[in-house]
Design a protein around this ligand. Sequence first.
Ligand code: FEO
Length: 404
Amino acid sequence: MKPVELKKDIFWVGAIDWAVRDFHGYETPRGTTYNNYLILDEEVTLVDTVKYDFSEITIKHIQELVDPAKIKHVIINHIENDHATGIDKIMDLSPDATIHITDRGKKGLDRFFDTSRWKFHIVKSGDTLKIGKNTLLFLETPMVHWPDSMMTYCQEAGVLFSQDGFGQHLASTARFDDQFSACVSSVVLEDAVVDYYANILMPFGQLILDKIADLQKLGIKPEIIAPDHGVIWRSQAAKVIESYVDMAQGKADLRAIIVYDTMWKSTEMMSVPISEGISSEGVDCRILKLRATPMNVIIKEFWKARGTLFGTPTLNNIMYPSVAECLTHLRGLRPKNRLAGAFGSYGWGGGAVKEAYEIFDKMGLEKFDSGLQVIYKPSSEDEEKCYRFGQEFAKRLKEYHTRF
Ligand code: FEO
């Protein structure tokens, strides 16, 4: 791939990671990209670096445009390893550059590198940097999604360098949203946006709304949004902001999912009549088996649906490990405005369903009922109970959904 110009004299110089399938535990079947950008102004400016393994690729891209020794400014919007670990090699070639970074970013970078070799300029929200005909405006976005995070807006060009915000894990030769949608599908792109938001940004909804409001107060309506992953938004920049507002407000579909695991198929057998009961009330229901479905897909589907039922067998008086793992992931993501319930089979003592409800309490989820348990294997009478459990869940879900 060659550098790609996104606006006059502003180039994508990043790297495509076609092979990554495990992104710190997040399954990435479509790979990802590490985007960074070079601005060829009077003072040459690099916005972000890339993951260390891809340093040579971004350096090659930069060298196709300019001698890296001429880089005067390096903006570090976010210090997570996938964006900042390339800095060592870049700075070796650009020894005169000043690194512009937030105070927390500098303190974090100090933990990863010998930063005494480099020049720094600490920036905060509202600071600007004139690099020639372009002016860069810095906007701190702490905890979206690391304490150091910020975005950089190129005022004259109307380009928002948004670091992880508005990103997607999509490896593609298409660099722009319209190119991707024309060749693949806008459905795939929308799904990738939701997947990324649900798995990375779900806990930060209110902060995201605040930051979008800050952009609006400053009169910033980016013509182009250039994230650090996936395609660059040039035809749907306004639309992706709107979709972030929706997601940050906790928007969900009136649908249910059943997330379950099973030892000897009893809990699995319960899930089918439960789903039929849900469906009988006109609510769509999808069944997802843990251990057969990537965790990030479970999280995305949980996020898209207003209600979820968790099916868990009891193992040694507690939840089945894969269900506990799923709830641990979700608990960290702090979902809001979702209805949850649980069911499962047990042999003698039980305990899994009760434990699931204790976790719902800790998560602050709206609870449905106190759960449904079946001993050993569901009888036809139990299957009828499961059906009614599903029906009642759907009725409650429809009522709950009207609150939003
Ligand atoms: Fe893509 Fe938070 O790093």
